[in-house]
Design a protein around this ligand. Sequence first.
Ligand code: TGC
Ligand code: FAD
Length: 392
Amino acid sequence: MSMRPQTHPTALFAVDGLLTEEERDIRQAVRRLCADQVRPNLARWFEEGRLPAHELAREFGALGLLGMHLEGYGCAGLGAVSYGLACLELEAADSGVRSLVSVQGSLAMYAIWRYGSEEQKKEWLPAMAAGESIGCFGLTEPDFGSDPAGMRTRARRDGDDWVLDGTKMWITNGSIADIAVVWAQTDEGIRGFLVPAGTPGFTANDIEGKLSLRASVTSELVLDGVRLPGSALLPGARGLGGPLGCLNEARFGIIFGVLGAALDCLETTISYASDREIFARPLASFQLTQQKLADMVLELGKGLLLAVHLGRLKEAGSLTSDQVSVGKLNNVREALDIARTCRTVLGANGVTLEYPVIRHAANLESVLTYEGTSEIHTLVIGRALTGHSAFA
Ligand code: TGC
Ligand code: FAD
């Protein structure tokens, strides 16, 4: 049987030609760090349900990945596409690793950077950029995930202080965070607060039994009469637009990130199908296999082109939150579909941790749900198209 050289999936779309040399260098540096320090351990971390988050945060901080798209306060101040490519490489390793970086840079640091006082920025951002302090972002509650406007966590003034009561649920990095950004109802609408770990009345309990994003810490935050000084309030955030403004940043990273998971699945699958002989022929030589590969690479390539396009819009300052929903909905949905299809090509081997495919597929189930479920992003797009809000 004659055989031609193989083409890498991304080469079919010539995406590299859309990137600057600096962007390609950053991608390469993150890829190398993941290959050396992250990937060799991932199956074990996933199986054991843990992540050495502090050590990784310091490594990522040293490379400038934490808050890398923010300016000043020890942050690298790089462009949106560079940040996206870093997310892609991190998520090619594992969505939990990308989550660590997303929550730190795009949610916790971004909230302080965008809405914080000068004192809050100086106190927290340099240490967080270096990975010496870890942050988390508490928006979701047990009864209010898709509809955070209904949150029950309440902050009331008591003299110059604030007193917080409530429960946050599903909080990434919750129990390992040095600082929690907590959103609460007040008499003036939703406001954000910085709650340092160890504040009396504040506890974080890990959520056990996850079969997705196992290499990531997810916690419940309990606030029971937590007294904070007036300086703990984020002065620049008022109303639901405050936390939603942070979500735009993290959702943007996911648009790129999930393509890393999909690409890792696809590379694994092409290699597996090339080596695996079935009916005395390579699995890669069957038409049904090639149909799957071709369909997957089309979605991967379209997703990459969309991601780079949205990244350039973000760099130009014109990216809208509706466009972020377009990217999040499409790329997560397609990445999950790719992971599931790759799993079928690997047969029984596809259900083990020996290959990364089922780990990515399981992780992407969480990514489909967090940062706005696929249904919520569908309704955001529906609202943009029709003018009618169909959320409630
Ligand atoms: P709505 O009336 O549409 O808006 C209320 C106010 O918010 C503004 N706004 C936005 N601002 C910035 N960015 C956005 N994407 C925004 N969307 C809305 C809006 O302009 C308005 O401002 P103002 O000044 O007029 O008051 O609000 P709604 O209550 O109808 O809700 C809309 C909806 C459903 C889209 C929103 O609630 C939503 O996005 N729900 C999903 C919640 C969500 O995504 N939660 C994520 C939690 S964090 C997380 O999952 C981290 S995972 C971390 C990891 O490990 O990576
Ligand atoms: P629900 O809101 O109860 O939704 C259940 C189902 O109903 C979904 O399919 C949803 O799409 C659908 N639905 C909701 N509204 C509508 C509607 N109007 N029409 C039709 N269908 C609808 N949150 C944080 O604040 N910080 C974090 O760091 C964080 N990390 C997370 C990490 C993990 C691993 C996970 C799984 C979640 C995390 N979350 C975090 C929470 C996440 O954002 C929520 O799970 C998500 O917003 C959905 O909320 P919910 O789980 O309460 O689902």
